[in-house]
Design a protein around this ligand. Sequence first.
Ligand SMILES: Nc1ncnc2c1ncn2[C@@H]1O[C@H](COP(=O)(O)OP(=O)(O)OP(=O)(O)O)[C@@H](O)[C@H]1O
Ligand SMILES: [Mg+2]
Length: 188
Amino acid sequence: MEKIDSMSDLIDSAVRTVQNISAELRPGLLDDLGLSAAIEWQTCEFWKKTGIRCELNLNLPEDFVLDQNIATAIYRIYQEALTNIVRHANATFMRISLKKEEENIILEIMDNGKGITMDQISNATSYGLTGIRERAYLLGGDVKILGFPGKGTSLTVKIPLRQMVDTTIGKYIKEKLFDINFRNRQTG
Ligand SMILES: Nc1ncnc2c1ncn2[C@@H]1O[C@H](COP(=O)(O)OP(=O)(O)OP(=O)(O)O)[C@@H](O)[C@H]1O
Ligand SMILES: [Mg+2]
């Protein structure tokens, strides 16, 4: 009996792991609401939970249909940026802008906290910023991070709307990243 219990615990936790991963890769909310509304919802939650005041500027065209890979990447990048702000910035205010400029989608997040340092920006072993960069690079985009000591941090992500073909090497990297994420999660 005990053995069966522990087996089902194991299965439960395996199922949860997979659910968490797919929730992260493609948040249901995002599919249902679209990127702008999902970001709006996330921002309200963030403000409520942290008390950090948020100014949100959503400027995507009304009838804009965004590629799901781009939407997912932007949403995940945004979530990591929020996590960083609450964990590290010591900010009281942040400003977010989401817009389309020429053939790019641009997400800008600025906080009024202590400001990220050069060392922290270029530290290749930190996980969150590396993840942000990888998501952007895989879609042919780029990331700019600036820190102003005592004044705040800004993070700008630019992703081209016209995607390069999904090359074999691109697919390979995606699979590898997925493997690494999966293994990290399993080993804690
Ligand atoms: N908005 C911010 N304001 C001030 N410092 C920041 C900000 N965002 C990141 N940092 C600094 O940059 C470092 C690297 O961030 P990164 O997200 O890569 O790692 P982390 O948050 O420490 O850990 P995790 O792997 O859980 O994300 C942080 O440890 C923090 O010192
Ligand atoms: Mg982080």
